[in-house]
Design a protein around this ligand. Structure first.
Ligand code: FRU
Length: 481
């Protein structure tokens, strides 16, 4: 159902939505053949950024930005699910409601810190005043081991930046708590701002982290900072950047990272850093966030979606999903992404194919190794509508110009990624309307939504031997699933 949403409609709270509408949206989304089986998607309405990722009390906790009123950006809540193994999930429903004066227009994104048997949830209170001027503050809520959540209120007010000041991410470094916040300077430049606190109450403003990218877009959303394999990484979603080359920064908004030797707190500088890099070359990948689990794995989850881009699932009353969890490591200056080992639990026995084959389900994984310069994998239906992934000696191409439903064509229907080595071990995760391709041994991914009605076959170019495994669905989320 196409609909022009008014501001009043977008900002309706969940209590104001008729239960008949909720039931209608819930069944429309859960019956959609494009709804994923093993990716986290919203029950209905719109999902955007992953929030509050943490390993707490024996479980991985995943929160996400959720607009319940429909598949549109509007009043944002934190929705909460948890899991021990990424197979069986518990649906906790809404975790943070935008019900206070300081978060009256949305409980926006942020991260978690596990301390003293609590998960501290840092988020942005998005408030609009009577003139619809945005007044953002950084806020804190705490979650106890029994799952109860108590808001602690505002911890940082904005005095230094424009209205674009959001998405706190906190970690502990020796005796200090450190926080990064995504912001826009008064000169309208995007930056990652650093704060420090001794006791989690008073936060000292240390200013934007210095790098050579002090003029890189007008806003950096969803900043993350972490140490990995002896280096320091700044990961963020810059807005207002582009490039002349064929590969980089082709989506409306992008995701980039900078690797340096260390973050110097005294000079607020990322020391000896290398050039900026992109983790993903697909059509939709945004707002990634990372966390450490009990085993010490650094895990990243992103939103498969983009601000300001509508996907065809809107017709079925839902939008947006999260990527599969990806374990990170750092090698040769690259973030290497690997599907989390637990995903193996969802896989059935593999079958090998060296030519075309029929699909019995649209949730599956394809893996292959090759030294060939040229190869191609095509997903298609009986009408010849398709999504193709192909390679030559220089690059990979993901072509979605022949799908049943096209969208966002203004940003192109092909994406290219550099091929950094001849030998390739490639994993392709497909789930109804999402594809995540791990290339260059995990140095890059190509993540995208795709829309092909009645998808039923895979074509494999000659010389390739592809291992196919069906993927089971995750359990425990939402009633109709
Ligand atoms: C990124 C973002 C964040 C903000 C949130 C609101 O997608 O714009 O900066 O906190 O979404 O939902």
């Amino acid at each position: 159902m196409e609909m022009n949403w008014t501001v009043e409609q977008r900002y309706r709270r969940i209590e104001e939505i008729d239960s008949v509408d909720i039931d209608r949206m819930m069944s429309a989304s859960q019956l959609d053949r494009g709804y994923p089986k093993y990716h986290i998607a919203p029950p209905f309405g719109l999902l955007n950024d992953p929030n509050g990722l943490c390993h707490f009390n024996g479980e991985h906790h995943v929160f996400f930005q959720w607009t319940p009123v429909g598949p549109v950006h509007g009043m944002k809540y934190w929705y909460h699910v948890s899991t021990e193994n990424f197979v069986d999930f518990i649906d906790h429903g809404i975790a943070i409601h935008p019900d206070q004066d300081f978060d009256s227009h949305g409980a926006y994104s942020g991260g978690a810190l596990v301390e003293n048997n609590q998960a501290l949830l840092f988020y942005t209170g998005n408030k609009r005043d009577d003139n619809w001027v945005r007044v953002p503050t950084q806020c804190l809520a705490s979650m106890a081991a029994d799952g109860s959540i108590a808001k602690q209120g505002v911890i940082i007010e904005n005095s230094d930046y424009t209205e674009h000041f959001r998405d706190p991410k906190v970690w502990k470094s020796n005796e200090d708590y450190l926080m990064v916040v995504g912001a826009q300077t008064q000169e309208k430049k995007g930056c990652m701002v650093l704060y420090r606190s001794k006791e989690l109450d008073n936060w000292e403003h240390l200013g934007p982290i210095h790098t050579s990218y002090n003029d890189f877009g007008y806003m950096w959303e969803c900043p993350d900072f972490f140490e990995l394999d002896g280096q320091a990484v700044m990961l963020f979603s810059p807005q207002g950047v582009n490039s002349e080359n064929q590969y980089d920064l082709k989506n409306i908004f992008s995701v980039t990272y900078i690797v340096g030797d260390r973050l110097n707190i005294d000079t607020v500088e990322l020391e000896s850093h290398q050039d900026i890099l992109q983790p993903d070359y697909g059509f939709e990948f945004y707002a990634p966030q990372t966390y450490l689990d009990k085993q010490g794995r650094r895990i990243m989850i992103a939103w498969v979606g983009l601000p300001e881009i509508d996907t065809p699932s809107v017709e079925h009353e839902w939008a947006g999903m999260l990527t599969i969890p990806r374990e990170l490591r750092l090698e040769d200056g690259y973030l290497i992404q690997k599907p989390l080992a637990e995903l193996e639990l969802l896989k059935s026995d593999p079958t090998e194919y060296s030519s075309s084959f029929e699909l019995s389900s649209t949730s599956f994984c394809l893996s292959f190794s090759t030294d060939q310069d040229n190869f191609q994998i095509e997903l298609s239906n009986d009408s010849g509508e398709s999504l193709s992934f192909c390679a030559n000696e220089k690059q990979f191409t993901l072509d979605r110009s022949k799908m049943t439903q096209l969208y966002a064509e203004d940003y192109g229907t092909k994406r290219y990624a550099p091929r950094v080595s001849t030998t390739q071990n490639i994993d392709i995760y497909v789930d109804a309307s999402v594809i995540e391709i791990f290339i260059n041994d995990g140095k890059h991914t190509m993540t995208s939504r795709f829309f092909i009605d009645d998808l039923n076959s895979v074509k494999v170019s000659s010389g390739l031997i592809v291992e196919h495994t069906s993927m089971k669905g995750i359990e425990g989320l939402y009633s109709a699933r």
